[in-house]
Write a protein that binds this ligand. Structure first.
Ligand SMILES: Cc1cc2nc3c(=O)[nH]c(=O)nc-3n(C[C@H](O)[C@H](O)[C@H](O)COP(=O)(O)OP(=O)(O)OC[C@H]3O[C@@H](n4cnc5c(N)ncnc54)[C@H](O)[C@@H]3O)c2cc1C
Length: 453
């Protein structure tokens, strides 16, 4: 066994605090509680069991009876696919891998009486249970900031984001279908970092395509708080100009200031600040504009799921800083708690495939930690993402990320590497195609199986 001084040098004090009891007690239980069975949490639970040869006792806590995928949900909004395409069950995780499923929401994680253990409180309705574990993996996804509203919330209709798939996905689908033939659909994109960098532009494309085919007199206005298209710029710019030049108006640097929804309807008005940014990114408001919509789709800024904030794991960005080798929290006193998926703060994009990859890096680090081994020093992750730009065409974006030290600042962060040239950056399809549209279904099935089956 590695001696303690060497272990301190290798792992640093924060990680050691979580490992010390484990390294020193021969028959230490190896229990992990994973909080949230979405893309990241389900993957972490599965690979903890696989890579420990079922030696780690894994409990997966989730309030929902099944997962509803965000991936592919834009094509449910346009009615092309039924909502059932988004559903993923949890049965395989328990039957095939022996993961204990616990339905409920985690409300607290506290250091406990058992040396090195965490006490996790789970609430399901009126019932509260507690469980103990050596390691906690938080994968709660995101929560949304309130939409600044000028209307009385008691009478205003809910403003749909449909950025957490579920009831809002079909509500937005129905609102789109009911929209008058010459109506206006207004959607807004929050400032980065937000969930799924290409996702809003993908939604803009498939909604514009739907309108072109079903309501040729209707318009789509895209209000982007960012200065430009944030992912797959070549393909989305081309689609905006060439496919949807007549019914889509893209407005960068438009930051939502307030929204007034029309009671009982999906429409209303949205007022934006129009901003310019200097080289350092500082914003100056140069004007404002109000848009009327028959369908409003405001995607608010978001931050890590509530439990991350309850436990004091988030910084001023709203997300949880972590050590990229293990996704263990870097907040003092929280060694042994890992944060993965969209809730974590890294330079990785917030995406399902990336959440799946980060979960594996985390699972590997935990398996090693239980054997008093340090995490892999420079892990890599890869991500592929297919984006429909119409009901028949899709493009893709792919990237390989490596955890690297910045020679200038000394800071460690994930950097996207171009596989061929070694240049940094992500790669996108040359042009959207129908073949890529059909490959998208294969990619989706494979990714979901890797996480849930
Ligand atoms: C429209 C849209 C399209 C997208 N398309 C793509 C795509 O093509 N490719 C891609 O890679 N990504 C895509 N994404 C992004 C992807 O869906 C997210 O990045 C991914 O779901 C994040 O995974 P997660 O596990 O962090 O969070 P989630 O998948 O949201 O899972 C979080 C889970 O935690 C549970 N939870 C929360 N709090 C608690 C608690 N206290 N206790 C217990 N459980 C809790 C929730 O119920 C939920 O099941 C898309 C997103 C959107 C909105």
């Amino acid at each position: 066994m590695m001696n303690r001084r060497k272990l301190i040098g290798t792992l640093g004090a924060a990680s050691l605090a979580g490992l010390w009891p484990l390294a020193c007690r021969a028959a230490t239980p190896r229990r992990v509680i994973v909080v949230g069975a979405g893309m990241a949490g389900a993957t972490a639970a599965k690979y903890l069991r696989l890579w420990s040869d079922r030696g780690i006792d894994v409990t997966l806590v989730e309030p929902a009876a099944q997962y509803t995928s965000n991936i592919m949900s834009n094509l449910v909004v346009t009615g092309q696919y039924p909502p059932s395409i988004l559903s993923q069950g949890y049965t395989s995780l328990s039957r095939k891998y022996g993961i204990t499923l616990l339905q409920g929401s985690v409300t607290a994680v506290e250091p406990g009486g058992e040396l090195g253990a965490w006490k996790v409180t789970v609430r399901n309705g009126q019932k509260t249970v507690t469980r103990w574990c050596e390691r906690v993996v938080l994968a709660p996804g995101i929560q949304f900031d309130p939409v600044p509203s000028t209307a009385d919330p008691a009478v205003a209709a809910p403003i749909l984001h449909a950025w957490q798939a579920g009831a809002q996905t079909t509500q937005l689908r129905d609102a789109l279908a009911r929209m008058p033939a010459t109506g206006t659909f207004v959607m807004s994109i929050p400032k980065a970092p937000y969930r799924c960098p290409p996702g809003p532009y993908e939604r803009a494309c498939v909604v514009a395509d739907y309108l072109r085919r079903n309501k040729p007199g209707a318009q789509l206005v895209v209000l982007d708080a960012n200065p430009d298209i944030m992912a797959e710029k070549e393909n989305f710019s081309r689609a905006f100009q060439q496919l949807y030049g007549s019914n889509l108006s893209y407005r960068p640097n438009h930051v939502v200031r307030s929204v007034a929804a029309t009671a009982g309807q999906a429409g209303g008005t949205v007022t934006v600040d129009i901003v310019v940014r200097d080289a350092a990114g500082a914003e100056t408001v140069t004007g404002s504009e109000t848009f009327s919509a028959q369908v409003l789709n405001v995607i608010p800024p978001h931050r890590a799921g509530a439990i991350v904030h309850t436990l004091g794991l988030a910084d001023a960005t709203g997300f949880a800083p972590v050590d990229g080798r293990s996704f263990e929290s870097t907040v003092p006193g929280r060694a042994g708690i890992h944060v993965i998926g969209d809730a974590s703060k890294t330079t990785l994009p917030k995406a399902g495939h990336v959440g799946n990859q980060g979960a594996k890096i985390c699972a590997d680090a935990i398996v090693r930690a239980f054997s008093a081994q340090p995490p892999v020093p420079a892990p890599t992750a890869n991500s592929a993402c297919f984006s429909p730009v119409s009901n028949q065409l899709a493009s893709w974006l792919t990237a390989v990320y490596q955890y690297r030290q910045d020679p200038a600042t000394g800071a460690w962060r994930y950097v996207a590497l171009d596989q061929v040239t070694g240049a940094t950056g992500a790669t996108e399809a040359q042009v959207p195609s129908t073949r890529q549209f059909s490959m998208m279904r294969t990619w989706y099935g494979t990714l979901m199986s890797d996480s849930f089956a």
